[in-house]
Design a protein around this ligand. Structure first.
Ligand SMILES: Cc1cc2nc3c(=O)[nH]c(=O)nc-3n(C[C@H](O)[C@H](O)[C@H](O)COP(=O)(O)O)c2cc1C
Length: 324
């Protein structure tokens, strides 16, 4: 698939998730088959005001290409400046604009999914980012604001007319947040209405789901979010299925522990032990989803505060489940 002049060698992408898809997790997902990754969302305002905490969020791993930095904001002037800064500081292949975030303080401010209520401004934002970015720009948005305001098809066309190079559609409205089922039909309609590449997004939790959403919607690629949390092997299984190869089995507990440990060691290197361990509390528990007696381990994981503890739990897990 080509996004502007950028070629993506595969149809599987990791969806941006704030607090989850940091550099370390993106590296693991790419190793297992994600062809394209997007950073967590970054505030354009924070970037323009030189907030120090923002820059590391945009850092890409060595060799993490093609990849996008995602920005959120709704002031065209600030978004143009932020796009230029992001391009200069992180050198991503693509800049993605978040027009789907449903979180109240973002959407109520007119950012994220709030832009779907103001398509005219959304188009200006897209044009401004294109001017600032000097590289292809993409937009990620939802089905609409609520059930009475479903405008994904018109919105997709508008973004295409504004010069955007690809779009991602999450098949839920803003008011649905993450509840209910994602509507793949609306994604199919958007895909049929535009010429630019479309990523389908929403409720892909298995390799079969990935194949099904691509077949149903006709989309060029699929973005996988929550399904990859604690299960980055979903990319491996989905890739095998799409390529007609035998789908590998779920990884053993030992493999999961090893991969989780590698992720946290990497996170520790670039964000420091304290933050890495706080974040490991939730991510490590995800890696143990469905493991027999998992509650006991999860209780310990919620207390993690040093890498030594992370290493100990990983070792004990491997000893406790040598065969599983
Ligand atoms: C914890 C979390 C954080 C998220 N952060 C972002 C974000 O920063 N930018 C964005 O565009 N979408 C974000 N999303 C939405 C996902 O990218 C995706 O659209 C949504 O989860 C639906 O896909 P899924 O069913 O595969 O999870 C987030 C979702 C979750 C669960």
């Amino acid at each position: 698939m080509n996004i502007g002049n950028v070629t993506i060698h595969g149809r599987l992408a990791l969806a941006p998730m704030a607090g989850v898809t940091d550099l370390a997790f993106r590296v693991i997902c790419r190793e297992l088959g994600a062809a394209y990754t997007v950073t967590e969302m970054v505030s354009a305002k924070a970037l323009c005001y030189q907030d120090k905490k923002t820059v590391p969020l945009m850092e890409l791993a060595p060799g993490e290409h093609p990849a996008a930095v995602q920005l959120f904001g709704s002031d065209p002037v600030c978004m143009q400046e932020a796009a230029a800064k992001a391009a200069e500081l992180a050198n991503p292949d693509i800049i993605d604009i978040n027009m789907g975030c449903p979180v109240h303080k973002i959407a109520a401010n007119g950012d994220g999914s709030g832009l779907m209520r103001n398509p005219e401004l959304a188009a200006k934002v897209a044009e401004a980012v294109i001017r600032g970015a000097g590289r292809p720009v993409t937009v990620k948005f939802r089905k609409g604001w609520d059930a009475e305001h479903v405008n994904a098809v018109e919105f997709g066309r508008l973004m295409e007319d504004a010069g955007v190079s690809a779009i991602t559609v999450h098949g839920r409205t803003r008011t649905q947040m993450y509840a209910g089922k994602a509507d793949w039909e609306i994604i199919r309609q958007v895909k049929a209405a535009v010429q630019i590449p479309v990523f389908a997004n929403g409720d892909v939790f298995s390799a079969q789901d990935a194949a099904d959403i691509l077949a149903y919607t006709g989309a060029d690629g699929v973005m996988i979010g929550r399904g990859a949390c604690g299960d980055p092997w979903l990319f491996q299984r989905a890739k095998a299925l799409l390529e007609g190869r035998e789908v590998p089995p779920m990884p053993s507990v030992a493999q999961r522990a090893d991969t989780a440990l590698r992720q946290f060691r990497m996170a520790c290197q670039y964000k420091g032990e304290h933050i890495a361990c706080l974040e490991a509390r939730k991510s490590f528990a995800w890696y143990m989803k469905g493991v027999r007696g998992g509650t006991r381990w999860k209780a310990r994981m919620t207390q993690l505060s040093t890498m030594a503890e992370v290493e100990t739990i990983a070792r004990e897990l491997k000893e406790a489940y040598p065969e599983e």
